[in-house]
Design a protein around this ligand. Sequence first.
Ligand SMILES: [Zn+2]
Length: 583
Amino acid sequence: MRRMKLIQLAIFLAMLAGCAKDPADVSEAGGANLILTNARVYTLNWDEPSTDGTPMADAPHDGGGWHPDAEAVVMQGGEILFVGTTREAMEYRVESSRVVDLAGATVIPGLVDSHTHVFGLGAVLDQVNLFDVSTEEEAVALIVERAKTVPEGEWIVGRGWDEGAWANRYPDKVLLTEAVPDHPVFMDSLHGFAGWGNQMALDEAGITAETEVPVGGEMRLGADGEPNGLFLNRGVQLLSSAIPEASRETLTNQLLLGLNQMAADGYTTIHEAGVDSQGMSILEELEAKNRLPIRVYAMLSLRDEDLIHQWLEKGPDKDNDSMLVTRTVKAYYDGALGSRGARLLYDYADQPGNRGVSGDGYGFNQALNAEAMKAGFQVAIHAIGDAGNRESLDILESVFKEDPSTAKNRHRIEHAQVMSPEDIPRLGQLGIIASMEPPHAMEDKTWAEERLGPERILGAYAWRSLREANARLTFNSDNPGSDHNIFYGLHSAITRQDKNQQPEGGWYAEQRMSSEEAVRGYTNWSAYASFRENDTGIIEEGRWADLTVIDIDPFILADESPGDILSGRILMTIVNGNIVYER
Ligand SMILES: [Zn+2]
């Protein structure tokens, strides 16, 4: 009788769902291993919104706003088996199934942070956290605290002070040397474009007034003509390179700290933006031991030329379904806007005579970049300034002309932060993805306009202009430089307001994204940026069982009270059908 009922239901479901598997067959194959019920599921399995953000006719959106398009998801063996109602989903239940009643929580496709530095995040979690400090005194006090537990003579590293916000009152070695005389100390900034240290660090690094400063770098001198401890752009490495290398064991632990943090924060995949030989070797080891908690799409650092040559021989990973995929080269074309290193077409509005740093002088190996493209790699070029972006597009376009087969590899401009209006349409025309960080707009808004002036600012953080010019976007955090909290990311994208909901109405609000665009930016658009739009990014039968469960409905809140998006929490992260985080 029960069997009969199941079969009838199966026929009904098959008719309903088209390709869904029969629950009876599933039951014979061991049954579903995970069933989520009573949820607000947004599958994103409908047409993409128009370039002005208007939802398409088949979207679950009407005069009353958004509503979820399913309430249950069934998973088995790393795949999504069924998406639909709770009643239907329960037909897949067997004794060994885990059923989670989500009681109205929201399920979205597994979040993808498409530009991270998770080794850096792990190091931050392991080092002195300067992210929330607003003064030099506070930062030094934290180092004094840490020095109490570190043997004399051992390095202490702090990270995260904001070089953009502090640019007009950079610290120097004086206070730090007084407070911490017996440990070499390096104070790395939020984006790594500035750093300062105490006298012991300068001594360990052998830095004197005669030290040669690399092209594109700066070493500040004090009134006495001696280095004052502050370094900018490529000069930072003079100090940071003196820190003894972390052991492989330390790096492995830091990587796992970072990956587990990302899992706890809802991410099922990260795109790691620049991995060196040692980093790759650690990732490969963890993958071989089945220890990666979430998927890693690793971008090889173009600065590590030995690593690039190895991969040129091997070729890109194309049809690799493992947790670690490598088919991208990360290049760095110019500096950052905050520290006035981004390459601009005209002088910085607040520093006449300076147009930033870029290109060969900045360590960008154009020939090797072209070689990687011709070997079938996707390249992801860091470009921030309007000249940096234009020149990066020129470089990509010239390789497309030499070898048209390279044009199909979904190359990316990382940040695409300040664009000249003439260059914005080129991304869509050339099929180049703009890989952008909604939180950057919010963090930079206090000083970006001073750097750029009132005209160039209109092409900065210009998500809507890029969409309207048919560019594909992918959203990400660039952590640990920015907070990767997804609710902050969505809120930034949707409102153009900071965590204090300022400014009223949003900063250059015409560039806002709709709630749908914001969620797609972190899910299926990011899947496209890694060639995985058919495997993930949408909740549909047959795709990877990668899902994120959150306690708010960002679609509804965006319309009703967007500020409340900020208080969202991650309830569950599912990768390959396994729960890797549960609140
Ligand atoms: Zn980055």
